[in-house]
Design a protein around this ligand. Structure first.
Ligand code: TYD
Ligand code: MG
Length: 440
């Protein structure tokens, strides 16, 4: 079975022919029962035809949505949590999954299934986060059967259930070891059945590791209703909650948090700024990208240095490698700078990945600034908020760059400009990257 996508094969191969992942095939014992078969509805004897007019849907569905009481979380989920919803909450170990879900239960109450930590450890975290212990029911277990037993008790209905983590869970109906692909898949399947049966929403924590040694989230993606990724730089404070799949809402929204002493704090629009420095610096530009409907001010840093290698380095983090290569080529051609002799390093502040092409101009701006060894500032015009030379250093560069170096308009420009002005910054109107020469 492929530990990345869950496809099954009759023999081993170095690469999964379904998802093309390398070294992801693991030998598994055949599952005790046919999953697909058990998923089918049981026949009740008489086939029943329902008139759609009699099927209760919208009202029930709408009224069964409730808020997480964490604004950024609601934004990502669509409106909130849906009855019986199963959410896979994925992220690298240590990124803050347990912290955020602890905070969620602290707000709305629920059952925390502790597979990794003891109740004491969780209690300490709850204290540290300043949350109400009364909101928490804790079940220390690694057994799916025990979770089923607790959730099937009719006298106690939980608002939500957090299972931390799926890698630690096991079910007796599967013979393989905990953490194995078979166990993870079967355990997830059983939790989904449980959520649908009881109507209680379940958040399943899933660790993602780069090695892909444990079951990849892709394998569970098609089973659950919603897949959330919690990401960010482990050593940085910024955390981004991204939605990868959502049966009940859009998938382009993100939530932004900051990891602090007292847990994760939601960040308001004005605070989103990831800018490290307040003054214009050599090799640094600022851009505004849209993550869903949320504007994010991001700093791009570039380092252009003379290369001592016949194959100059191109090392980019936070932007797509091919896009970066292309922008380097456009800068070389249109700005006439011989970058083929130089190593070019580019990074995005906050450890986030950006895919919005509106950042193109800022990437080229940062490269140009580093190459020229001069910080980019506005064209000299008299007015307030000027530096010693009478030039502003609070530029935000926005624009998609074409192969010819033309700067194109981007979506939601008005919204971005409004946001930038409200932050006391400026967006210069630029039609070609050649105009960057006027900014040094
Ligand atoms: P955690 O939620 O345990 O990560 P995960 O469940 O994804 O593995 O978060 C672990 C890190 O978060 C840990 O390095 C300490 C840090 N942290 C804080 O900075 N502030 C806090 O209030 C808490 C609870 C954790
Ligand atoms: Mg954890």
């Amino acid at each position: 079975m492929c530990s990345n996508c869950g496809n099954e094969f009759s023999k081993w191969a170095g690469q999964c022919s379904a998802c093309h992942e390398w070294n992801s095939l693991r030998e598994v014992k055949s599952l005790g029962r046919e999953i697909k078969g058990s998923r089918r509805r049981k026949s009740t004897g008489e086939p029943k035809v329902k008139n759609l007019g009699e099927v209760k849907t919208t009202k029930e569905v709408v009224s069964s949505v409730f808020s997480t009481e964490i604004k950024e979380f609601d934004r990502v989920l669509g409106k909130g949590i849906v009855r019986g919803q199963v959410v896979l909450f994925a992220g690298e170990p240590g990124i803050g999954k347990s912290t955020l879900l602890t905070q969620l239960i602290g707000k709305i109450g629920g059952l925390y299934v502790a597979g990794e930590e003891t109740a004491e450890q969780i209690s300490l975290r709850v204290e540290r986060l300043g949350l109400d212990k009364g909101k928490f029911d804790i079940l220390e277990t690694n057994s799916i059967e025990e979770i089923e037993e607790v959730m099937n008790r009719v006298n106690k209905l939980f608002k939500i259930v957090v299972v931390d983590s799926i890698q630690m869970m096991m079910t007796e109906s599967n013979a393989s070891t905990p953490g194995s692909v078979g166990q993870i898949r079967e355990s997830t399947f059983r939790l989904i059945e449980l959520a649908k049966k009881t109507g209680v929403a379940i958040f399943i924590v899933g660790h993602v590791t780069k090695e892909g040694d444990i079951a990849g989230p892709k394998m569970l993606e098609h089973m659950v209703d919603t897949v959330l990724y919690f990401e960010g730089e482990r050593n940085g404070e910024l955390r981004i909650l991204r939605v990868d799949k959502n049966r009940f809402g859009a998938t382009d929204e993100v939530g932004v948090f900051k990891m602090e002493e007292k847990g994760l704090r939601e960040i308001s629009s004005e605070e989103v700024s990831l800018i490290d420095s307040k003054v214009a610096q050599i090799g640094s530009t600022v851009t505004m990208v849209m993550e869903g409907t949320r504007p994010l001010l991001v700093e791009i840093q570039a380092l252009v240095t003379e290369s001592y290698s016949p194959m100059p380095k191109r090392i980019f983090s936070g932007i797509d490698f091919n896009r970066g290569q292309l922008l380097v080529a456009v800068a070389q051609k249109v700005l006439g700078i011989p970058l083929y002799k130089d190593d070019v390093f580019i990074s995005v502040s906050g450890g986030i990945r950006i895919s919005d092409p509106a950042s193109d101009l800022a990437v080229i701006g940062a490269i140009y600034s580093s190459y020229k060894d001069v910080a980019l500032k506005s064209k000299p015009t008299p007015g307030p908020s000027l530096d010693k030379e009478g030039r502003k250093n609070n530029l935000v560069l926005i624009g998609e760059v074409s192969l010819l170096g033309q700067v194109r308009k981007v979506k939601m420009m008005e919204k971005r400009v409004k946001e930038i002005k409200s932050l006391g910054k400026e967006v210069p109107t630029i039609y070609s990257i050649k105009e960057l020469k006027e900014l040094i």
